[in-house]
Design a protein. Structure first.
Length: 602
């Protein structure tokens, strides 16, 4: 931090001289210049990221690139600067009433090259219906105790500070996040504030100014406005509050809300499932034992992971910084849709990670990672370790991103997840393969879901120049290469299309042959449209579905196709050339012979 430069004395001798330090502390990338408000203890706390640590953690858990942030009570300027430098909100304005702090905040902004990104005001922001033009602000020896309230306990100096109207700022600036540490002024502010437009608030309570009843009133106002405390980054006196889609107790959405946020936890607790099942008690708790709903896996409108119970034994310690991956599915399609949705945070945090941490979806498969999954991870983060928590663990530092992809409304993916996949997945794999592949399921056993007489369909398509492709027989790189190279893809509806959607482009065409009537097709269509810009031609030419006896799950359905109807749809859609050949349906006897005695009509 001390700079050295050379100069000459009067005798023209060269001397090395120490320049004043540019900064004396650093917090999460923010350099803090010297100031009379810094002592050794405060400098140490800043360097350890403990100074205003709870406020910083809250701000970074809610602020994103699309946010417009108001900061009230800038103090040393560190909270606002860390927020700006790390979360990079769209716009930010900061208020600090203490005039003695302004030059030092401006120096900090200038040193970190963010002076144009945070508009600083030496004003008091008021919500009173008829606010005065100025107010008295009481300075104390420590800037930490200066406030709008005078007391008999400590000597103060009153200064007159201009005011600004919050309502005018709210309508013109349109804030989405409010950061507030105003030494007791928060109660009066909240009593009159119109909180419309705000989706998150981070604030410190000061019961020494207004008592327990005042703090209770603050919390009641927030709750009545629809805000909920995020336990993972809140304490008794510092709350991070969310409302609307930002509260992770509702399904993730692609455009807004908790799906696009990242929470960082110290001493997080990870619990793998004890029992098999679709819905399981598994996931993340914070160091105090509170469930971190941000880490839950959702499918459609249902959370598949529920709060686990604290174990009686001491969890195993895991050192380092880990990215939370959620449940690790071994099923190809569910892995793509439900084990990848948090990997988008690698863009911001990969350099600091010890690895990616999952829990097993099925306890009996604890610790198992398939070869193709390793290859998938290598496409996204070469060399980064992947670990499965097979027992309860206490993780030194855990980064918990929102669910950026999945099955349901989130099938379109968040902008961050789509950008991450577009930039990384398959980026080094060149296109290679036929222009017209048919993605087949004919080599799967019927019980895994297929089409009746798919081999006949393959022969029809081969006559049209299509090459039959069985993706499960090829490694991830080959699948990527084939999907990149194709101009026209026809696919029996299934998991393979999710992989194609991750690497295709808008100039390509894809037709889906529906093998079951299910929302799964809708999710595949949404995935293709949002990620690849491809509007799929979905052909429902089903005559009927057949199910294995005793089976009720739609994914096991076998579709009996109306072949002439399928041919017409593919011809009209531009996937087939005109041909004198007429595709014919199978007779009932042929269908029975193909299926055997183990299937019944659905």
């Amino acid at each position: 931090m001390l700079a050295l430069h050379k100069t000459k004395d009067a005798g023209q001798h060269i001397m090395t001289v120490q320049s004043p330090p540019t900064h004396v502390a650093e917090c999460m990338g923010v350099k803090v210049p010297p100031s009379p408000f810094l002592n050794e203890t405060r400098i140490a706390r800043i360097n350890e990221a403990r100074y205003e640590g709870q406020e910083i953690a809250g701000a970074l858990s809610v602020v994103g690139p699309s946010d417009r942030v108001i900061e009230m009570g800038a103090g040393l300027g560190i909270v606002g600067a860390v927020t700006q430098l790390n979360a990079r909100p769209e716009a930010m304005v900061s208020f600090e009433a203490n005039p003695n702090m302004i030059p030092h905040i401006e120096a900090l902004y200038a040193l970190n090259k963010i002076k144009t990104k945070i508009k600083l005001h030496n004003k008091v922001l008021l919500t009173d219906p008829e606010p005065p033009e100025t107010v008295e602000f009481f300075l104390r020896n420590s800037f930490l105790g200066s406030s709008l309230t005078d007391t008999d306990k400590r000597e103060t100096e009153a200064v007159t500070i201009p005011t600004a109207r919050y309502e005018e700022l709210r309508t013109s600036f349109q804030p989405t996040v409010l950061l507030m540490d105003i030494e007791g002024g928060e109660l009066e502010f909240l009593r009159h504030a119109d909180l419309t437009g705000l989706r998150a608030i981070v604030l410190e309570f000061h019961p020494e100014s207004y008592g327990k009843e005042g703090m209770k009133e603050c919390k009641t106002i927030l709750r009545n406005a629809g805000f909920s405390k995020d336990n993972s980054v809140s304490t008794r006196l510092v709350w991070t509050c969310l409302r609307g889609p930002d509260v992770p107790n509702a399904p993730p959405l692609p455009d807004d809300g908790w799906s696009r946020k990242i929470t960082t936890l110290e001493d997080a607790l990870i619990f793998p499932p004890i029992e098999a099942g679709l819905v399981q008690a598994t996931g993340v708790l914070d160091r105090a034992g509170n469930y971190v709903a941000q880490g839950a896996l959702w499918r459609r409108d249902r959370a598949l992971t529920l709060p686990p119970a604290m174990p009686s034994d001491t969890p195993k310690a895991l050192e380092g910084t880990w990215l939370w991956g959620g449940p690790l599915w071994l099923h190809f399609g569910h892995f793509l849709a439900e084990s990848t949705p948090r990997l988008w945070a690698l863009d911001a945090h990969e350099s600091e990670l010890s690895g990616i941490l999952f829990t097993p979806k099925r306890p009996r498969n604890a610790g198992l990672i398939k070869r193709w999954q390793w290859k998938f991870f290598e496409e996204l983060a070469p060399g980064l370790p992947v670990k499965i928590a097979t027992e309860p663990m206490r993780v030194e530092r855990l980064i918990v991103p929102g669910q950026g992809f999945g099955l349901g409304a989130i099938s379109s993916g968040t902008p961050e997840f789509r950008a991450f996949m577009a930039e990384r997945f398959g980026a080094t794999v060149p296109a290679s393969g036929p222009e017209k592949p048919y993605i087949s399921r004919s080599k799967f056993e019927f019980r895994k879901g297929s089409l009746v007489g798919e081999e006949a369909l393959e022969r029809h398509l081969e006559a049209q120049g299509y090459e039959v492709f069985h993706p499960q027989e090829h490694d991830i790189a080959t699948q990527i290469a084939r999907y990149k190279a194709a101009s026209h893809i026809i696919a029996a509806e299934g998991s393979a299309i999710h992989l194609a959607a991750m690497v295709m482009g808008p100039a390509q065409k894809l037709a889906i042959i529906v093998r079951r009537r299910s929302s799964a097709t809708d999710y595949i269509e949404a995935h293709l449209k949002a990620f690849a810009g491809v509007t799929a031609l979905s052909v429902d030419a089903l005559i009927r579905n057949w199910m294995p006896k005793g089976e009720r799950k739609a994914r096991h359905a076998v579709g009996e196709i109306d072949f002439p109807a399928l041919q017409d749809a593919l011809l009209i859609g531009g996937f087939l050339a005109p041909s004198p050949e007429i595709w014919e349906n199978f007779s009932p006897a042929d269908v029975s012979a193909l299926l055997g005695d183990n299937f019944t009509e659905a």
